[in-house]
Design a protein around this ligand. Structure first.
Ligand code: PLP
Length: 367
């Protein structure tokens, strides 16, 4: 068991606030606003009879379906107990000595890599939180792994594919691998333009991380995978964990998800609509909003370091971003949910941010 350094811990927060979990509105975890689709729910229920056997350790049917959906080969895929499990498998399987990470980025990268013995080197993104070409010369002979989160968590900003290709080129010259985390990319309209999947065969040093969690609203199921054309990476990731890391229920969920490719578009459309709605509403509030492209938004509320506690009074959880490298205490990330939820959230947020005591604090915040 690990203590939490992420959003989404409704269990602890409900206990802390003395509330029933169902009364919390969780804007701190970024899950599809459409919730769990019926076809996945039904497939998981039907799979229950099979749990008297160990799950298929090689996830054969699931890898076949993923290979078809992602246009890669089955042997280039290995599945795990969520994307997070694969980060630890890579940390222990590859044992990178030095890892270069543009910051801020998903906290689990550092947690996994450092427990595997890595030293982290940071590319500190400037105020606009974009990765630029000056990252490239930072990849040196002693860099073993570069991690690019695309779109970035927590900012939601995308890194152009041609820049990632340049990073791959330089990394290849330096005998360095590049992990591109596309866990949120599927939920973005920009997926086809930004995904590195078409480059898997060309770059053996490319590892793509993907997850079923966000798009299909199954964070409690735990299902993710990596794609890589270097068989050694697949082999080492496989050996760095137990044989049955993907449950029978998770494999059934993944197969059902991929059997209904049209569902993905419904999620993308819904996210696009609500993202636009939330951006317009947030732009009218006294905060610095970033132009995120995924199902969450990132902003700075200058001088406001207790926004989470103020929202908790209304039963709303958001993600304080102060435990990300390169971010201060007044940076926040919020999910994009259903229209009804978003209306309520925005109404409460506006009330808080325009209350007289906060307005004067914001005025005196350093830039
Ligand atoms: C950027 C990013 N990558 C990977 C993951 C891991 O997701 P999971 O372990 O649920 O598949 C997360 C979870 O929040 C994430 O934010």
């Amino acid at each position: 068991m690990k203590t939490d350094s992420h959003g989404g811990n409704i269990y602890k927060k409900a206990k802390e606030l003395g509330l029933d979990q169902s009364r919390l509105m969780d804007y701190s975890a970024n899950i599809s606003p459409l919730g769990l689709p019926d076809h996945i729910r039904e497939a998981m229920i039907s799979s229950l009879d099979g749990i008297i056997n160990y799950p298929d350790p090689e996830c054969m049917a699931l890898r076949e379906a993923i290979a078809r959906a992602d246009g890669v080969k089955e042997w280039q895929i290995t599945c795990g107990n969520g994307g997070a499990d694969l980060l630890y498998r890579l940390a222990f399987g590859l044992r990178p000595g030095r890892v270069l990470l543009p910051a801020p980025a998903f906290v689990e990268y550092e947690e996994a890599m450092t427990v595997g013995g890595a030293v982290m080197d940071y590319y500190l993104m400037q105020d606009d939180f974009m990765i630029r070409e000056d990252l490239i010369p930072m990849i040196g002979e002693d860099t073993d792994l570069v991690i690019i989160c695309n779109p970035n968590n927590p900012t939601g900003l995308l890194t152009p594919r041609d820049l990632i290709v340049k990073i791959l080129e330089r990394a290849r010259e330096m005998h360095c691998r590049v992990l591109v985390d596309e866990c949120f990319l599927e939920i973005c309209r920009e997926e086809d333009r930004c995904s590195l999947r078409p480059y898997v065969d060309r770059y053996e040093n490319l590892i793509i991380l993907k997850s079923f969690t966000k798009l299909y609203a199954v964070p409690g199921v735990r299902l993710g995978y990596i794609i890589c054309s270097d068989p050694e990476v697949i082999e080492r990731a496989n050996r760095a964990g137990q044989a049955w890391s993907v449950s029978t229920i998770a494999q059934a969920a993944g197969l059902a998800a991929l059997a209904h490719p049209e569902y993905k578009d419904a999620v993308i459309k819904e996210v696009e609509k609500e993202l636009k709605y939330m951006k317009e509403a947030l732009a009218a509030l006294p905060l610095k909003l970033y132009d995120g492209q995924a199902n969450y938004l990132f902003f700075r509320a200058p001088g406001v370091t207790d926004l989470d506690r103020r929202l908790e009074e209304y039963g709303i959880m958001i993600r304080n971003c102060s435990n990300y490298v390169n971010l201060g205490e007044d940076y926040w990330r919020v999910a994009v949910k259903t229209r009804q939820e978003n209306e309520h959230f925005l109404e409460v947020l506006k009330k808080i941010l325009t209350s007289p005591d906060l307005s004067c604090r914001q005025g005196s915040a350093p830039e």
